[in-house]
Design a protein around this ligand. Sequence first.
Ligand SMILES: [Zn+2]
Length: 210
Amino acid sequence: MVTADASERERATDPAVRALLALAGRASARGWTVATSGNFSVRLDAGRAVVTVSGRDKGALTPDDVVVVDVNGALPAGASAEAPVHAAIYRGLPGVTALVHVHSLAATVVSRRHAEAGYVRLEGLEMLKALRGIGTHEARVDLRVYANTQDMEALARAVARDVDALAPSWGFLLAGHGLYAWGTSPDEAWRHAEALEFLLSVRMHEEARR
Ligand SMILES: [Zn+2]
């Protein structure tokens, strides 16, 4: 367990912390967290999650770059500025155990183009089947696009309000900013992030040709 008095050795062997650092490392390796961007979390229990701290290279995190957040309470010092958004997802979707937020090129480009519409329609692509609950390429996913903001508490309130509608798409976009994706395990959160990123990359290339 990660607490203020936990030794570094205990932190390093905590399964949630190891899963969290693995998610951050994989996203960094894909180039989705340039310039210390992005943040990640893994649920510990019903009321708590481990979240990455702000301003660190996500490819070089250590167990000391992780804080425990009370998803119903105030944020600890140093937690990612976007931690309230993570907390809103954990409160609203009890089955979610991990969350990935990246500033990838495709998410940034496509979300800007669809900011006014408020969603990106993803349909007709085999990769949709990588999302839990979808068994055919004939499915349609409307990925929500929120306006970007520096007021993450306000965004968290909007996400909390919309959480049931967001659930089937396993993620959402912030315009000109990036992608949030989640899952019922760290591996599933990663698969959903990869799938949505791929679908958005296809969209970016298709729209560039028009
Ligand atoms: Zn961000």
